[in-house]
Design a protein around this ligand. Structure first.
Ligand SMILES: [Zn+2]
Length: 730
């Protein structure tokens, strides 16, 4: 009766939380302002990603903070207190209550891990990591810190009611032991719930972590945290059947007390046979031998082999080396097709095996298993998966890279293909002579058009080069960490930028090497030009200078000009080795000159253009003193000159400027090719200096015209004359 009553209560309440729609938390204006201020104080190199669950920074990286003093706990908390507005904490008690759970020294820095408590109640998932470098400056901060916890902190239901609620929700009648309980704050769906966390142990494989709302008794969330792993033995191929015989090695399996048997599965993977079942053993040992041929079989051997390699890879490499703990996955073996793949939709691995295909049994090759399992990991971390575009190529590239890095062998799948004897794919390709003889002949620059596997060799080749030059552990760390910051549809350039972001934070000295490596694989981007400077040339024109771009694939510069606030327009492009430009269309020093502004960008061989440089400006009567580095005085114009018309060719108008060294009687006219005067732009006595005229030609037909100036100085009586061709194109 009791049970029934509870069931009804629970069913009534259990729907309530699901009515609250999942909502992202977005940062407040005050937080955005705080971020701007942070960058002002600590440098614009800092980058930030907001956490949609907490509404505070998910990660901050790319720069260095000021120095902090004291213990790691003091330093980490001082950093947070300095940025209390950024995290949107209402007061410092949020920070004071954080406790240090771990400090880890790694590569010239220390990671400090903090756990969040609120009024002494643990906040589920509230953890933050801050990295200090050897100079006690923060170079990275990230994680989950929850703010605005506004909650009644007194449970309304008792511990025993919470346990009953969890049992009913999971339909568990009997428990193996008295449940452990704890009151926690559970952030979920943009809100907080005060919960009883209840650990129910039903059996060896039924251990449940449950969250029961402490106010209304609803079972909000539960998951199986089963682990009753024991180390037993099984027969495996240490690499593949081509590399020697079957070996007995230890494998981690699950003991099921209630059935008094061992099951071939563990926390990381569950192989499922063609009948949809888990393989069992009463001894815990899984000694199967493939009958007859070492290539084809249909026994339990393959299940053991697959679990063995997934477990090794997941624990030794992904978890212990790369620091990411994978969730569990089901693995289907002996599928009736000539392929193996990670099925992203259902999140399972599938290994095929046919008697007639191009490939041997996929489940017998360790590097094949690592490859597919990496797809699962990368997909879980960043959602990257697919068969098209650069994201598909990257998915394959990462899968090959981590498989090969773990085995320390740049040849992938040596055994797998029935006709290839050396490898199926190869990562240590020479970028200079790289071709895809087994695939499509492709190049990144001419846009990848091959299959995801073929294009993936561009990406994995670059990653392998990185490993060769930086060493395996550093390359693995940089590559794996960079994946975390990628979205699900990255391009090669996104991937490179993510690598540079992380490497620039922790290992800045590796940046030039990384750029060169990727550039050799044609993955590069033009750098924003350095400081653009403006001055006056010896001829009295605008003179621009900038430092040389040195990145590979650099191809030239684009110079943009904004004349008299009409907006920036491309003025000209100049070559890769050019570092200066004299704009003969603009003279400097006349007080009637309009304002002219300049900026430049760099472009590369594939036409990618960088961001533009700083803007430099002339002003009426000279050059903006801020932009002038060589402190030029007022320009002395001593030359007679008819400047190049701008623009030319033109339609419908062009600027025609000239300078007079003395007060002069001047006629400026435009003629057609028959010598007929079309327009008179000046006629009379003009002062010394720059003069500007505009030819409006909307009434004139397309064609060549001649501009002619005749002038006579009033002081010296010197005569000047000059002509210039201009072209009207309508
Ligand atoms: Zn693949």
């Amino acid at each position: 009766m009791n049970t029934l009553r509870f069931r009804i209560i629970i069913l009534t309440f259990i729907v309530l939380p699901f009515l609250i729609s999942a909502q992202d938390k977005t940062p407040q204006t005050t937080q955005k302002d705080a971020w701007s201020k942070y960058q002002d104080d600590n440098g614009a190199d800092w980058k930030l990603r907001w956490n949609k669950k907490t509404g505070s920074p998910a990660s901050m990286y790319g720069g260095k903070s000021k120095e902090y003093e004291g213990s790691f706990e003091t330093k980490a908390k001082s950093f947070l207190k300095d940025n209390i507005e950024l995290f949107d904490f209402e007061n410092e008690s949020y920070i004071d209550q954080l406790i240090v759970t771990k400090t880890v020294d790694r590569k010239e820095g220390t990671f400090v891990r903090l756990k969040q408590l609120y009024n002494n109640i643990p906040v589920v998932g509230g953890e933050y990591v801050t990295r200090f470098d050897n100079t006690n400056k923060v170079t990275y901060a990230g994680g989950y810190l929850y703010n605005k916890i506004n909650l009644d902190l007194t449970p309304k239901i008792s511990e025993s009611v919470a346990i009953e609620s969890a049992k009913i929700g999971l339909n568990i009648m009997e428990l193996k032991s008295q449940p452990l309980t704890e009151v926690v704050i559970l952030p979920w769906d943009g809100n907080y719930s005060l919960c009883w966390k209840v650990l129910l142990v039903e059996s060896a494989i039924g251990k449940w972590e449950c969250f029961v709302d402490a106010q209304n008794g609803a079972l909000i969330y539960h998951e199986n945290i089963v682990s009753n792993s024991v180390t037993k033995s099984g027969n495996v191929y240490l690499t593949n059947p081509g590399n020697g015989g079957i070996t007995s090695d230890s494998i981690e399996v699950e003991y099921v007390g209630g059935k008094n048997q061992f099951e071939l599965r563990n926390n990381f993977a569950t192989p499922i046979n063609s009948s949809g079942q888990v393989i069992t053993s009463t001894t815990g040992n899984f000694y199967y031998t493939p009958p007859g041929s070492t290539v084809y079989d249909n026994t339990n051997f393959d299940y053991v082999n697959t679990l063995y390699h997934v477990f090794n890879f997941a624990t030794v490499y992904i978890r212990d080396e790369l620091g990411y703990t994978p969730s569990a996955i089901d693995i289907y073996v002996h599928q009736n097709y000539d392929n193996a793949y990670f099925d992203a939709e259902t999140s399972v691995l599938r290994f095929g095996q046919t008697l007639t295909g191009d490939y041997f049994d996929f489940a017998k090759s360790n590097d094949m298993i690592y490859h597919e399992y990496t797809h699962f990991i990368i997909y879980n971390i960043s959602g990257i998966y697919g068969f098209n575009d650069e994201k598909g190529a990257m998915s394959e590239g990462y899968a090959d890279y981590f498989a090969c890095s773990f085995t320390d062998d740049s040849n992938w799948a040596e055994w797998l293909h029935t006709t290839y004897t050396t490898h199926l794919r190869k990562l240590n390709t020479d970028p200079a002579t790289f071709n895809y003889s087994n695939y499509d002949n492709i190049s990144y620059r001419t846009s990848p058009v091959g299959s995801a596997h073929a294009n993936g060799m561009i990406w994995s080749g670059a990653l392998w080069d990185l490993r060769t030059l930086l060493g395996d552990s550093l390359a693995d760390e940089i590559i794996f960490t960079s994946v975390i910051s990628l979205t699900s549809t990255p391009t090669f350039l996104d991937g490179l930028n993510a690598i540079l972001d992380y490497a620039g934070t922790v290992y800045p000295s590796t940046i030039p090497t990384i750029k060169t490596i990727f550039c050799n694989r044609e993955i590069s981007f033009p750098e924003t030009p350095g400081l653009l400077q403006i001055s006056t040339s010896s001829g009295g024109f605008v003179q621009l200078n900038w430092p040389l771009n040195t990145e590979c694939n650099h191809s030239g510069y684009k110079i943009y000009r904004d004349y008299d606030f009409n907006g920036f327009q491309l003025l000209t492009t100049v070559g890769a080795s050019t570092t200066s430009y004299e704009d003969r269309g603009i003279t400097v020093g006349n007080k009637f000159d309009p304002k002219v502004r300049y900026k430049i960008s760099a472009f590369d061989v594939s036409g990618q253009e960088s961001s533009t440089s700083n803007v430099v400006t002339t002003y009426a009567g000279g050059i903006n003193s801020k932009d002038v580095l060589n402190n030029l005085k007022e320009i002395q114009l001593t030359k007679f000159e008819l400047f190049n018309a701008y623009p030319n060719p033109f339609n419908p108008q062009t600027n025609i400027n000239f300078s007079l060294p003395e007060k002069s009687n001047t006629i400026l006219s435009v003629y057609n090719t028959l010598g007929m005067e079309i327009k008179t732009l000046a006629n009379g006595i003009l002062e010394k200096g720059i003069h500007k005229r505009v030819l409006y030609a909307s009434q004139l037909p397309t064609g060549i015209y001649i501009v002619k100036i005749n002038s006579r100085g009033l002081e010296t009586n010197k005569k000047y004359t000059q002509t210039q061709k201009i072209i009207l194109i309508k």
